[in-house]
Design a protein around this ligand. Structure first.
Ligand code: 13P
Length: 403
C-alpha cells in the first residue's frame, strides 16, 4: 500500500483526521479527533483492549521480586562495566584483563555463606557467561547459593544533546532480543541505571528522557521474564541542601511512575534502586542517619505505591559504614515495602583492598564480604548496632561517577 493510503487507513482506525497536502503529494495529521459521520461510525469496529502486560510472565515476575526482597537480604551489585572494573583493579595494582576480572568475580560469587544475606547479584554481560576456573558457570554457583542472577542491560551514559551538559542512557535498541538471551542464560532480573545531576539543573528534558527510557526498558524486561530494577540515580555531586535533593527526587520519581504506568509496567514485578535523600556531597551541612531516613522515607511514602515489593538502595559514594547506618535508620519502624540494599562500592571496597590480587588473601577477603553483607542484613531488619564500627570512614564518593 502506498504510504499515504496506509496512513489514511491508520488514521481512520484511530479516529484521527488526515489531510492530504496535494502540492507535495504528502499527508499530514491534523491531530484532532473528528466527529465521524453516521456512515463511517457504523463501519468502525470496536477496539479490543490490547494492553499486553509482562508477556505472560506475571506470576514468575512477582515471585522473583519477592524472593529478592526477602527479609534480611539484599543485592550485591557487581556489574561494573569492563572500564569501571578496570579502575577498581588499578586501585590494587592489577591490570584490566579478562583473567583478573574473572578472578575477582569468582572470589565474590564463591564466598561461602553469601546467600544467607544476599538474595540477588547483578552481573555485567561478560560475567554472566563466565565460569569458575574449574568450569562451573557463575550462574550455577549463584543459584546453588540461593542467589538470583541479574544482568545490567543498559549500554551506558552519553551526553544529552540540547541539555545543560546532562546525560542520557542508551540501550533500548535490540533490548528485547538481549533480554531473551539473558533469560536463557539464567538471569531473572535486570538493571538499567540512568543519572540525574542536581547542579546541572536538572532540566525537564533530562528528567523526561531518563524516566521514559526507564519505563520502556522496564516494559521490555518484564515482557522477557526479567524483573526490572528501576534506577534513576540522583547523583550526590553538588553543594545543595537535603531539601533540594528531596524536591528533585519527588519530581523525578513522579515522572518515572507516570511513564511506568503509561507503559503498562506491572508494579508488583519491579524493584527500585533509588539514591538516599542526602545533602550534596560537597554541602557544608551534613545530615545524620535519622535525618536521611526521615527525608528518604518521606519521598518514598509520597511517591511509591505499596504494590512495589522492594526498595534496594544504591550507596552512591557513601562510606561502607554510612550506607549501613542510613539503611538501619530507615528500618526502625515497619515500611510498606522491603527496604534494603543493592550496594556496589559500599559492599566491595574493603573486600577489594583485603584481596589485593593475592590468592593467599582470598579467604580473608571473602570473609570481609560476608561480614559486610551480614551487617547490611542486620540494617535491613533495623538491628544494626554499630558493631564497633565508627562512622568516620573513607568516603567512596567520586565526582561524576559512571558505572
Ligand atoms: P553504588 O552502590 O556503588 O552506588 O552502585 C551503584 C550501582 O548502580 C550498582 O549497580
Amino acid at each position: 500500500m502506498a504510504p499515504a493510503a496506509a496512513a489514511a487507513v491508520a488514521a481512520h482506525a484511530t479516529g484521527m483526521s488526515l489531510k492530504i497536502v496535494p502540492s507535495l503529494g504528502k499527508s499530514e495529521f491534523v491531530g484532532t479527533h473528528v466527529a465521524q459521520s453516521a456512515a463511517s461510525a457504523a463501519r468502525v469496529v470496536p477496539r479490543a483492549n490490547l494492553s499486553a502486560r509482562a508477556g505472560g510472565y506475571e506470576e514468575e515476575l512477582r515471585q522473583t521480586a519477592k524472593t529478592i526482597a526477602s527479609t534480611g537480604r539484599g543485592i550485591l551489585a557487581m556489574d561494573e562495566s569492563n572500564a569501571t572494573c578496570g579502575k577498581r583493579l588499578a586501585s590494587i595494582g592489577l591490570e584490566n584483563t579478562e583473567a583478573n576480572r574473572q578472578a575477582y568475580r569468582q572470589l565474590l560469587v564463591t564466598a561461602p555463606g553469601l546467600g544467607q544475606y544476599i538474595s540477588g547479584a547483578i552481573l555485567f554481560e561478560e560475567t554472566l557467561y563466565q565460569s569458575t576456573l574449574d568450569g562451573k558457570p557463575f550462574v550455577n554457583v549463584l543459584q546453588d547459593q540461593n542467589i538470583v542472577p541479574g544482568i545490567k542491560v543498559d549500554k551506558g551514559l552519553v551526553p544529552l544533546a540540547g541539555s545543560n551538559d546532562e546525560s542520557w542512557c542508551q540501550g533500548l535498541d535490540g533490548l528485547s532480543t538481549r533480554c531473551a538471551e539473558y533469560y536463557k542464560q539464567g538471569a531473572r532480573f535486570a538493571k538499567w541505571r540512568t543519572v540525574i545531576s542536581i547542579p546541572n539543573g536538572p532540566s525537564q528534558l533530562a528528567v523526561t528522557e531518563a524516566a521514559w527510557g526507564l519505563a520502556r526498558y522496564a516494559a521490555v524486561a518484564q515482557d522477557n521474564g526479567l524483573v526490572p530494577i528501576v534506577e534513576p540515580e540522583i547523583l550526590l555531586d553538588g553543594e545543595h541542601t537535603i531539601d533540594r535533593t528531596l524536591e528533585v527526587a519527588e519530581h523525578v520519581w513522579a515522572t518515572v511512575f507516570k511513564y511506568l504506568a503509561e507503559n503498562n509496567v506491572m508494579f508488583e514485578g519491579i524493584l527500585l534502586k533509588p539514591s538516599m535523600v542526602t545533602p550534596g556531597a560537597e554541602a557544608k551541612e551534613r545530615a545524620t542517619p535519622e535525618e536521611v531516613a526521615e527525608y528518604t522515607l518521606k519521598l518514598l511514602r509520597r511517591r511509591v505505591p505499596p504494590s512495589v515489593p522492594g526498595i534496594m538502595f544504591l550507596s552512591g559514594g557513601q562510606s561502607e559504614v554510612e550506607a549501613t547506618l542510613n539503611l538501619n535508620a530507615m528500618n526502625q519502624s515497619p515500611n510498606p515495602w522491603h527496604v534494603s540494599f543493592s550496594y556496589a562500592r559500599a559492599l566491595q571496597n574493603s573486600v577489594l583492598k583485603m584481596w589485593g590480587g593475592e590468592p593467599a588473601n582470598a579467604d580473608a577477603a571473602q570473609k570481609a564480604l560476608v561480614y559486610r553483607a551480614k551487617l547490611n542484613s542486620l540494617a535491613q531488619q533495623g538491628k544494626y548496632e554499630g558493631e564497633g564500627e565508627t562512622g568516620a570512614q573513607e568516603s567512596l564518593f567520586v565526582k561524576g561517577y559512571t558505572y
